[in-house]
Design a protein around this ligand. Structure first.
Ligand code: SF4
Ligand code: SF4
Ligand code: SF4
Length: 420
């Protein structure tokens, strides 16, 4: 019987799922089992949309279609946290298993604190994540640095500090630090992200720590909750997954890789936040950059620590474009110490305003002062405003529904932080 804290290697027993999955298909097998055994009503996952660069969220109720979410989908900036409140009635009365990156899970915790999600009804299958790139950045990177036509790429992956691409029956790889030094690569927030292994989910799944000869054929799973243990045990009991215990050197190797990634993230903190240390300079830069704002409200709508209610922002600053700096101050105040550095407000800003950079800088200062860690558990923030009514519009789950939200993509590739 598994318990919280256990670590295992797992792979799907079904040869088809094993073949289709990125790392032995363990995650797909777990999701399928959760549906088949009636542990959940549906699965929220991500599948490939129109092309390699297009990832789409899907809601699945038929266990036979879970395999459509197999394999990593690498491009894009999708954040699933708000979907539960916005489209799934906060998982109230509906049990959902979802595959989630660290920032998705963090956003879910912030949503749960605000009464938007019922965590008891969620099975959070966390995926290790080294960072994401936008589809447009990926296309440029593949074309400029790999000198390959992006349309010919059919697979990407991060392994041992390199980005690997597969195209036209060939393979190429480049060092990720070199890619980033050249001004390409992951989003700024991902470079700073320290939530690479999502241990605040029920399970944390990925490649780090997988024995060399099993790479690509097994998933390293860290069991992070009793709920996660229950799912693994059930999947093992019904023969959906095969399980092996990792040995000590592999666990040490996993730790080493995680430490390398975290060191790299720290270096990006210094690079990004260094120029913002002086408060006058920071304020000056914020005022300058936000001067381009066209008041589209996207940064308000997408933020998982803000409600769906954009009314205060619409009514407080009528008829002014760009809005005064107070518009942004209001958002900074609302988010304050709760920013989870998901990058949505920056990535989706049509005016390329570095909103996440500013917000993350504010949050990290407040964390240093007050010790509140956003998105890691259900503890309440010391400053951010939380007492707002639930506005989420209800949506009905149709059995067998497929791609219900064609949106921007997701990237859950692991980056081990090593340069060679
Ligand atoms: Fe999210 Fe980026 Fe962190 Fe991955 S690296 S969990 S996409 S913020
Ligand atoms: Fe994400 Fe931006 Fe909200 Fe922070 S402020 S949680 S980066 S959307
Ligand atoms: Fe302004 Fe950008 Fe926010 Fe739109 S997303 S309101 S342009 S800062």
């Amino acid at each position: 019987m598994s318990v919280k804290g256990d670590m295992i290697y797992a792979r799907a027993s079904d040869p088809e799922i094993k073949k289709r999955g990125e790392s032995g298909g363990a995650v797909t097998a777990l999701l399928k089992c959760a549906l088949e055994e009636g542990m959940v009503d549906c699965v929220l996952g991500v599948t490939r949309g129109k092309d390699f660069f297009d990832a789409q969220p899907v809601l699945i109720t038929d266990p036979e279609t879970v395999a459509e979410t197999s394999g990593s989908i690498y491009e894009g900036t999708l954040l699933l946290s708000k979907y539960f409140g916005k489209y799934l009635e906060g998982a109230k009365g509906l049990k959902i298993a979802a595959t989630l990156k660290g920032c998705d899970v963090m956003g879910i915790y912030e949503q749960a604190k605000r009464g938007q999600v019922d965590l008891d009804n969620l099975f959070m299958i966390g995926l290790n994540c080294g960072g994401s790139t936008t589809p447009s950045m990926s296309r440029r990177l593949i074309s400029d640095l790999f000198m390959v036509d992006p349309r010919s790429v059919n697979k990407e992956g991060m392994y041992k500090g390199h980005l690997h691409i597969h195209y036209d029956g060939q393979k190429k790889d480049l060092s990720i630090p070199k890619i980033e030094e050249a001004g390409y690569g992951r989003r700024g927030n991902c470079r700073r992200c320290t939530m690479k292994i999502p241990r605040h989910a029920d399970l944390a799944c990925g490649q780090w720590g997988v024995r060399e000869e099993l790479v690509g054929q097994a998933t390293f799973i860290e069991i992070c909750s009793e709920k996660g243990a229950k799912l693994v045990d059930q999947a093992h009991r019904v023969g959906a997954i095969e399980v092996e215990i990792p040995d000590a050197p592999c666990i040490r190797a996993r730790k080493k890789r995680e430490e390398a990634v975290l060191r790299l993230a720290e270096s990006w903190w210094e690079r990004d936040f260094g120029p913002l240390q002086n408060s006058r300079e920071r304020l000056k830069r914020m005022i300058e950059e936000t001067g381009r704002c066209i008041k589209c409200y996207t940064c308000v709508e997408v933020c998982p620590t803000l409600f769906n209610n954009i009314e205060p922002y619409m009514t407080a600053f009528p008829g002014k474009v760009p809005p005064g700096f107070e518009f942004h101050l209001l958002r900074y105040a609302h988010v304050a110490d709760s920013c989870i550095n998901c990058g949505q407000c920056e990535e989706l800003c049509p005016m390329d305003i570095p909103n996440a950079l500013f917000m993350h800088a504010i949050q990290s200062d407040l964390e240093a002062l007050y010790g509140y860690h956003a998105g890691e558990d259900l503890s309440r923030p010391s400053m951010a405003i939380m007492e707002e009514p639930r506005i989420a519009g209800p949506a009905r789950l149709e059995p067998g529904s497929g791609n219900i939200w064609p949106m921007k993509g997701i990237n859950t590739r692991e980056y081990d932080g090593s340069s060679g």
